[in-house]
Design a binder for this molecule. Structure first.
Ligand SMILES: NC(=O)c1ccc[n+]([C@@H]2O[C@H](COP(=O)([O-])OP(=O)(O)OC[C@H]3O[C@@H](n4cnc5c(N)ncnc54)[C@H](O)[C@@H]3O)[C@@H](O)[C@H]2O)c1
Length: 252
């Protein structure tokens, strides 16, 4: 028996990296999973791989989290496929170099649109369905250690993730009367396409690892395990919190 038998989840940015690992673990625990991503081709393939590996019901769909109509269509498709929706994981995200001074305003706007407004749009699309069903729900926003500490080349990313933590706290309060829990997972340095350029050079990799108290760059499954905790009945009294999955990076 899985921890999520009978439930269904929508995971954004699920074509690869953290999102794919999250979708795979939720599926392995019995959830039906709607995988959505702006990369429609790859997300459909990833959904098929997860079904092959776990036997879970999944589908993949092209969704740009900047477009409300895409999100609404995916929520409707999930309800149609699984009969209900219980879990939303706001994972889609982008990271651009945005050093100061001379901030590239197009990259600032793009970062906020995907990393901050996108999750808000997804919450807005899923919550009416959760309220209609009447038995609560769980939302997890993937933030970052960049919500807590500054990274000088990434001002837009830091702002977007700190903003998403603000959304997490406010939404937790607003949705508590409906027994919808809203939490954040804040990863440290995880080995995905987003970050691999940062440690491609062995000297850069050594410098990064030196800064990580547990001493390694993590596999995305570490993020997925934290998400599973927050969407399952292991965390029924937990809302409005940020779970750091960073090997001690922030507390150093
Ligand atoms: N990798 C890390 O070290 C790390 C650390 C902290 C937080 N995070 C966060 O984890 C999340 C996943 O990142 P990742 O590391 O797996 O990166 P990734 O680049 O491997 O995956 C991100 C996914 O989001 C998708 N995406 C981008 N824009 C989108 C849009 N507009 N609509 C829908 N999908 C879109 C991409 O196509 C991609 O599949 C992000 O929110 C990221 O900020 C990652």
């Amino acid at each position: 028996m899985g921890m999520l038998d009978g439930r269904s989840a929508l995971v954004t940015g699920a074509a690869r990296g953290n999102g794919a690992a999250i979708a795979r673990l939720l599926a392995a625990e019995g959830a039906g999973v709607a995988l959505v991503d702006i990369d429609g081709h790859e997300v459909v393939a990833e959904a098929a791989r997860i079904t092959d590996a776990t036997g879970a019901r999944t589908f993949g769909a092209r969704v740009d989290v900047c477009h409300a109509a895409d999100i609404e269509a995916a929520v409707a498709q999930a309800v149609d496929a699984f009969g209900r929706i219980d879990i939303l994981v706001n994972n889609a995200g982008v990271l651009f170099d945005t050093p100061l001074p001379g901030l590239d305003m197009r990259l600032w706007e793009k970062t906020l649109a995907v990393n901050l407004t996108g999750p808000l749009r997804c919450i807005d699309a899923v919550v009416p369905e959760l309220i209609k069903q009447g038995d609560g729900g769980a939302i997890v926003n993937i933030t970052s250690i960049a919500a807590s500490i500054g990274f000088d080349d990434y001002v837009a990313y830091c702002a977007s993730k700190a903003g998403l933590m603000g959304v997490t706290r406010a939404a937790a309060l607003a949705l508590a009367p409906h027994r919808i829990r809203v939490n954040a997972v804040a990863p440290g340095i995880i080995d995905t396409d987003m970050t691999k350029g940062l440690y491609a050079d062995p000297a850069a990799a050594a410098a990064i690892i030196e800064r990580i108290p547990l001493g390694y760059i993590a596999d995305p499954v570490e993020v997925a395990k934290a998400v599973l905790y927050l969407v399952s009945d292991l965390s029924t009294y937990v809302t409005g919190t940020e779970l750091l999955v960073d090997a001690g990076y922030v507390v150093r």
